[in-house]
Every structure is written in structure tokens, then in C-alpha cells.
Design a protein around this ligand. Structure first.
Ligand SMILES: [Ca+2]
Length: 396
């Protein structure tokens, strides 16, 4: 329990510091920290007893709470000082189809007005047909749910993606998988007429006509005939987890078919990026018949081999916390669901990337979160554990 107490003290101390000194000047450089071959992650269990946790997000009300979504349709609360609350703070399992392995409640993010409304946005597979569903619901009041957007996903049960996050622009981003099976049989990911295999960008703070949201001005395909105007990026297979860094840039991990797992990094003003699937898988051509000679495919900044080095990439976050700033500031940390390898990627000043493995996470990590002070946590699927993630320097 000393670990829990230590976290509590760190948070309490951090809260007293003015925001202007949250990071030392030297730490604002991209990719600052010890060389990756001298860096390792260390994990400390801080909670257990979760039921297939799959997504996490920090509450934005300064309570210090972390919200953890369980696949069956429940949301649990973890606090560094008091641990995991026994009862869910929200239960929508009556409307979530979680029978298949990849279906269920898959994403959660607090609304911009969370402090006043307790509203969260959820992404899930609905009952009974598995359609991908975006809704807004206040914690503790499932009857008040409002569904915003639904995408049919009945044919296959896999590749539902499900990450939700707000960008620095205040818009909600939602990732959807390619519709499932293998090899994108319906060629959805390159088809701008469907939401499958895409990241969407939505203005959920306003209504437009009959829609419970608006399409933000500047969405890249808002005026493209036949395209869904909600699309922000495309060419994705199963973009299970993405995150935004403090500079607004997007770090997106796309789960591969059978050859490559990939991590992508693009700037915050780049709409319309084509991440390549199902022409490309990682750095290689997957299906040449899906390739367009006029297309501009964005390559991943990091990839590794599916089946050799793991089975499914689990995207993480750029570490911007205080406790390990000297070791890991600016380091993007991800893992693989099967191998548990801790992958690190650092963006340099001139578009170059330093990548490497930095130790080991437990297997079956499904999701990472950074808390309100930037410290990193990971949850594991069938073992239902929550880990605090730290860093240590080791001999090269
Ligand atoms: Ca790609």
C-alpha cells in the first residue's frame, strides 16, 4: 500500500505548484529524456478486480478520478488515494452488445462541460445488431442517454475500434474499424462514403438541423461529393487506441492484419490523412488492387512484425508527467496485447523518430491513460488489473 500512498503525496504536491512550472524549460524539448536503450518501464499494481477493462480516461473536474470502462457496459472509478470504487458509476450493459470478443463498451471521454453536467461520451456496440454507437450520457443517469451517431456493423463482429478523445480544437474524435473479417473484404477503409475504417471529427457542442452534432468547418471532405462529411482521416483497419499530445498532434496505433503493427504521428492541422489500409499494411503493400497511383499514403513512424513480435498494437500516450520527466519526458509509450513489449517512440525536431523497446508490460494491456498530472497507467483485459507505470534508468 506504500505505492498508493506515494501516488497520493505526489498528486497532492503537484496540485500546489503553479501551472507555469509544471515542466522545466529543458523538458519542453521534443523527445527529451535519457537514451531509449537506458530506459525501462516499471509497473506497480494499484487496483484489481476489474471485469475486462478496455478504456480509461481522466475525469476533468479536478477530482483526480480516473474513469475505467469495462467491456460489458459499466464504468468504474479509480482514485489514487482511495483505490477502485466497488460499484460502477454508470451501467449501460442493458443496451451494449458485448457477446463477441471485440464488441462491447469500447471508449469513454468526459464532455467539455463534465464538471457541471457529469456528461461523458461513449462508443459502444449496441444491442442487438452490434452497430457502432456514439452517445452522450451523464454518469449515474443511464436513462438520460442521447444517441448522436450510429454506424451499421452487423456483418462481422471484429474491428470496431472505439477510441474517443477531444482535440485541442475542442472537437470530438472517434475511431471506427474497417467493418471486420480480414483484409477489409468490402474495401471500406479507402471508401469515403462509409464511416468504417475512419477517424471522425465532430462538433458535439452544437446541433445542426436534425443532427445532434455539427460537422466542423474545415473537415477535409465536407464538400466532397459522395463522402461522409464527418471523416477526418481514413485508410485504417482497427485504430483501437489513439491520443493527442499537448501540442495537439495525433498519435494513432492501427492494429495490423498479419504482417505489421503500426504507430502513426501527424500534426494537429492535418485533416484528410490517408493511412493506407488496405493498400498498405505498415510499411508494405498489402493489396495492390486497392492502391491508387494518385493517392498520398502516410507511412507509420514506427512498426513491428505481427506474429513475430506480438499480435495487436495497443496505442498509448506521450509521457508529460513530472515524476519521471528527466527520464521519459516526451516519450510516446505503447505496447502489444500479446507480447507485452513496451515500445517507445520519440519525435525529434526535424521529423525524425527514435524508437525502441523499453522493457516489459504485463500481457493483455488494453488501454493506457494519463491522469490529470500526466502520470501513466495501464489496464489488463482478463486479469482485470490496473497498473501505475513508472520509468527507471538502466545500464545500456
Ligand atoms: Ca497504415
Amino acid at each position: 500500500m506504500s505505492g498508493l500512498r506515494r501516488i497520493g503525496l505526489v498528486l497532492a504536491t503537484a496540485a500546489l505548484l503553479p501551472a507555469t512550472i509544471t515542466t522545466a524549460a529543458a523538458d519542453s524539448r521534443p523527445g527529451h529524456g535519457v537514451p531509449l536503450d537506458q530506459l525501462t518501464v516499471v509497473t506497480t499494481e494499484v487496483a484489481s478486480g476489474l471485469t475486462r477493462p478496455v478504456a480509461m480516461v481522466a475525469a476533468t473536474d479536478h477530482s483526480g478520478r480516473v474513469l475505467i470502462a469495462e467491456k460489458r457496459g459499466t464504468v468504474r472509478v479509480f482514485h489514487p488515494e482511495t483505490g477502485l470504487a466497488a460499484d460502477p458509476v454508470l451501467d449501460i450493459s442493458d443496451r451494449v452488445n458485448s457477446v463477441a470478443n471485440e464488441r462491447g463498451l469500447l471508449g469513454i471521454v468526459p464532455a467539455p462541460d463534465f464538471r457541471r453536467t457529469a456528461n461523458v461520451y461513449l462508443a459502444y456496440s449496441r444491442q442487438p445488431d452490434g452497430a457502432l454507437t456514439l452517445s452522450r450520457v451523464p454518469l449515474g443517469d443511464p436513462a438520460a442517454e442521447q444517441v448522436l451517431l450510429v454506424q451499421d456493423h452487423a456483418q462481422f463482429s471484429n474491428h470496431n475500434a472505439g477510441q474517443l478523445a477531444f482535440g485541442k480544437d475542442g472537437y470530438l474524435y472517434w475511431s471506427l474499424g474497417d467493418g471486420g473479417s480480414a483484409g477489409d473484404p468490402n474495401a471500406n477503409a479507402q471508401n469515403l462514403g462509409t464511416l468504417l475504417g475512419k477517424v471522425l471529427r465532430l462538433d458535439v457542442n452544437h446541433r445542426c438541423g436534425d443532427l445532434p452534432y455539427c460537422v466542423p468547418r474545415g473537415n477535409p471532405f465536407a464538400h466532397t461529393p459522395g463522402a461522409r462529411p464527418e471523416i477526418w482521416a481514413y485508410g485504417l483497419r482497427n485504430p483501437w487506441r489513439f491520443s493527442f499530445d499537448t501540442d495537439g498532434s495525433l498519435w494513432l496505433a492501427d492494429v495490423g492484419q498479419g504482417a505489421f503493427e503500426e504507430v502513426n504521428h501527424v500534426g494537429n492541422r492535418r485533416g484528410g490523412v490517408n493511412f493506407g489500409w488496405s493498400c498498405m499494411e505498415g510499411p508494405a503493400v498489402f493489396n495492390a488492387s486497392r492502391c491508387d497511383a494518385n493517392a498520398d499514403y502516410t507511412d507509420p513512424v514506427f512498426h513491428y512484425q505481427t506474429g513475430v513480435e506480438g499480435c495487436a498494437v495497443i496505442g498509448g500516450h506521450v509521457y508529460r508527467g513530472r515524476q519521471y520527466a528527466r527520464l521519459a519526458h516526451g516519450t510516446y509509450v505503447a505496447t502489444d496485447y500479446c507480447s507485452g513489449t513496451a515500445w517507445a517512440v520519440r519525435a525529434g525536431r526535424h521529423g525524425e523518430y527514435e524508437t525502441g523497446s523499453i522493457g516489459q508490460f504485463p500481457p493483455q494491456v488494453t488501454s493506457f491513460v494519463t491522469d490529470r498530472s500526466g502520470e501513466l497507467y495501464a489496464v489488463t483485459d482478463r486479469t482485470g488489473q490496473l497498473f501505475r507505470v513508472g520509468f527507471e534508468r538502466v545500464p545500456a
